[in-house]
Structures are given as C-alpha cells and as structure tokens.
Design a protein around this ligand. Sequence first.
Ligand SMILES: [Zn+2]
Length: 311
Amino acid sequence: MLPTDLTDPLYTDETKAREYLEAIRWPDGATCPHCGGLPERVTKLEGKKHRAGLYQCNECLEQFTVTVGTLYERSHIPLNKWLLATHLLCSSKKGISSHQLARNLGLAYRSAWFMSHRIREGMRPLSVKGGLGGANKVVEADETYVGGKAKNRKNHTPPKEAVVALVERGGSVRSFHVPSVNGKTLRHILRSQIDRKSHLMTDDAGVYIPLGDEFAGHSAVNHSIEEYVRGGGFIHTNTIENYFSILKRGVIGTYHHVSQKHLKRYLGEFDFRYNERMGLGVNDTDRTVKALKGIEGKRLTYRRTGQGTDS
Ligand SMILES: [Zn+2]
C-alpha cells in the first residue's frame, strides 16, 4: 500500500521507491521492455559493478531498469521524488503548481515542470472505450471558458479558451479543449462521446436543440430565467457545473493560467481526479497507483515553452 504520510521512507529512500515501482509494474517479476522477455528469462544484476535496479534479459541480452519504456525514463530525479510528486498531484483536489512542487521537492522549477507534465501524461487513458451514459442514464453537457492571459483578466477581457465537457451522473467526465463552441464542434463531440440511449441534459442554448433529437431524451434548463432545477430535481446541470467550478478554481487558483498548448493536459488531470474519486470508492492511494501504472508505454513529445509560469 502506498502511504499517505509524506515522511514515509518510500518518499525519502530511492531504493524503497524503486522496489515499490517494480512491484507495481511487475507483480510477477521483471519483464523485458525491449523484447517482452518473460521474468524467467530475466536476471537481476547484483553487486557493486552494476547500478542499482539493473536487470538483464537473456533473450535479447539488453539491460534495463524499472523506468525503461515509461514516462520516468532518462530522468535524473530520484524515484522517491517521482513517487512523492505523483502522490501530491493525485491527492490535491485543485492540482499543485510547478513552483509549489519545486519548493516541496527541493528541485529546480524546470525539473518540477517536466515532472508534472509527465505525471499528467500518466493520468491520461491510453484509449477511451465506448460512449458515456446508456439506457436510463443522464449525461450533462455544457461549455465554459478558462485560461486566457492574466493581464487580460485585469482588463475584464473574458478568458478565451473554450472547454466542452460531458459528465454522466454518477459516472465519468470527459473534457475537451475546442477552438470555439459551435454546432460543428458540439455535434462531433456529443455524437462520438455519448451513448445514443442516454438522456441528454443541457442548458437551452439553441445549438443543443437539434442535437437533442439524436438521443433517447433531452431536457434543457433555462438559465436565463434563473430556472436551475425543475422536474422534481431531475432537470439540472449541477453535476457539470460543479465539475467546472473545481476546474476553474484549479486553473485560476493553482495554475494561474495555462497555455492554449497545454490546456488539454490540465483537463486530463482534472478529469482523472474526478473519474477516480472518493465518491466512487477510490482513495488517494488507489488514484496514485493508477497514475503510476499509467506511465508505461508512453512518451512525451513536446518541449517546454514560456517562462516562469505553469504555461
Ligand atoms: Zn529482452
């Protein structure tokens, strides 16, 4: 079990951290990341000659450690700090800024920034199966605007990045950064992400009206006349609005602003924490373990841009 006590040796001792990650990645013994060689064909290289945690595959004769083929590969940051950073990011409801992470872990800002984006990538599902909702299920759809430049907010210029999100009541959320909210983008997202047997719940923006016909049912809340809940408590979009409120408090309060380029990664982070939440029986430990399992088979392909902020 992953401890929630931040002074635990797992977060301070590199060897313990490595053994923990090995146990998560290889519950049945080390498998070769180069050729898929099975544990019985893998030898642990012990002794002073070898660096700690080194294995050799007797199929392809390549050597490897637990981080080869993962998002943590080729990092000079000790694994105990990786575990701690992953735990912090998974257990902080509104996220944790790279500045905060740098201070907490005794790292340079640049290192903390790289780490946090790798960890976010680990939270991203490799593939998304099926549509949200289904028969007798309600899916709420709504849009919001986040980010934008801080100096524009001071001048009361509205932040400009549009986000469309769908949430199944009692289930998962999926958020999308879109260039603009219009019939075309909404049609594509709703059709590809929601099971047609669902009951669609939206506000009364005209753009949702024709789309509603494509689902088993559609109700629209008229926010303009302050009609927020009707139909015996059935007709509302409170679930998605609550989600947006956590997202905005995180983006504004923790990350200050996020660049257009990386917004989807932050959305992925907030989606992940929501989808792996206490209300569904997932605790901080389970959530962190899931993010640790997600580091496998992924690569980061971008470089940092911008200076001094979580951009
Ligand atoms: Zn091999």
